[in-house]
Design a protein around this ligand. Structure first.
Ligand code: ADP
Ligand code: GN1
Ligand code: MG
Length: 340
């Protein structure tokens, strides 16, 4: 029996496994689609424990948040319930890694890019509902799965540290991107400090890019990838979604001169988001959404370029300067937001 089959058989699945395929384009975890002869499919994931050093803490968050959302009938499909093991646990931790399983959500898909305003509105509605459904969740009981995840000062410190690496070839290749990052550091640090001092700490998802919500005909999509659900600010979720959906190129498309920012997609997302989360947000939070897309594109660019300078140790990459290409792409997104 293959190693993967041995893992799968420890979970309560329906039927026999007929096919296992690598699945999705996530940058962190290893994801597999499991097809069974019962017609029910599953997602098996190996959590990246280099990045999530306390996977049980992450699972505690996901379990608590999912339970809370499911207590509200109108949100029954907003998040997916974990499949338990034969022992009633929520994960398998063995010599091969840390594993968990979900039902495969049918009739809904994730998108890396979209030109559909309808999809953008539904993405906004789903992430907004997620924020609204968790408004009464005790935020301080959540575990911090990655400290200072969207903290600008921290990300800039990591970037400065990476600049001290003596890899001349990489520093040269990234020269203009490094200059651009430096030119905007004060602006975004100040903006971040001002915003977070006046905004409420909430239960936020913190990884709300377009492909972390599954969209279909239903009124709400299904929000997935709950690994970074932590105390945060609404601007993180709005900004991350906006930076990933307003443009017509994938996050790693090198043809940045062709990039355009579609403001109607932004408006459609915000309409959906405010419709479903609206009441809980303050006027200051809503106001911050104007800069949030640029902020999150900028912080992603910093993280990609830092990883490039460090030798690609964090994100999955397909070729040596993949992270630099991603950084260039996100800096262009940031530039387009700033020029509006
Ligand atoms: P990562 O943390 O590596 O980004 P994700 O949890 O986002 O992993 O999963 C990667 C991809 O797998 C998603 O973008 C989505 O396309 C697909 N996926 C994940 N969970 C499900 C699910 N329950 N049903 C259907 N597809 C899923
Ligand atoms: C990672 O896991 P995934 O691929 O959905 C990253 C996010 C970045 C994103 C960039 C835990 O998300 O923070 O925004 O890549 N997740 C982690 O595409 O670092
Ligand atoms: Mg993901």
């Amino acid at each position: 029996m293959s190693d993967l089959k041995r893992i799968i058989n420890q979970f309560r699945i329906s039927g026999e496994v007929i096919k296992i395929s690598a699945w999705g384009g996530g940058h962190i975890n290893d994801t597999f689609k499991i097809q069974c002869n019962s017609g029910i499919d599953y997602i098996l994931q190996k959590v990246n424990t280099q990045i999530f050093t306390s996977p049980t803490a992450l699972m505690e968050n996901a379990i608590a948040v999912t339970k809370h959302v499911h207590q509200k009938k109108e949100y029954s499909d907003l998040v997916v319930k974990l499949i338990t093991t034969n022992n009633g646990d929520f994960w398998v931790h063995d010599a091969l890694g840390f594993w968990r399983m979900y039902p495969f959500v049918k009739k809904k898909s994730s998108y890396d890019v979209t030109n559909s305003h309808e999809i953008c509105e539904k993405v906004g509605r789903s992430y907004g509902a997620f924020l609204g459904a968790l408004d009464d969740f005790p935020v301080h009981t959540l575990n911090i799965t990655i400290p200072k995840f969207h903290n600008m000062c921290y990300r800039l410190e990591q970037f400065q540290q990476a600049l001290t690496n003596q890899n001349e070839a990489r520093l040269k290749a990234a020269h203009s991107e490094i200059e651009y990052v430096q030119s905007k550091a004060d602006f975004y640090s100040n903006w971040y400090e001002l915003a977070v001092h006046t905004h409420q700490l909430r239960v936020t998802h913190n990884d709300t890019k377009l492909n972390n919500v599954l969209i279909g005909d239903a009124y709400f999509g299904t929000v997935i990838d709950l690994d970074t659900v932590m105390p945060g600010y609404a601007l993180f979720d709005v900004g991350d979604a906006l930076r990933s959906l307003v443009i017509s190129l994938k996050e790693d498309d090198p043809n940045v001169d062709e990039m355009e920012l579609d403001h109607q997609k932004k408006d459609a997302f915000l309409k959906g988001y405010l419709d479903s989360a609206g009441d809980v947000l303050s006027a200051q939070e809503v106001d911050s959404f104007n800069q949030a897309g640029g902020y999150m594109a900028y912080i992603m660019a910093i993280r990609f370029i830092t990883d490039y300078l460090n030798g690609n140790v964090y994100y999955k990459t397909k070729y040596p300067n993949h992270n630099l290409v991603r950084a260039r792409n996100q800096l262009r997104v940031c530039e387009l937001f700033l020029s509006y």
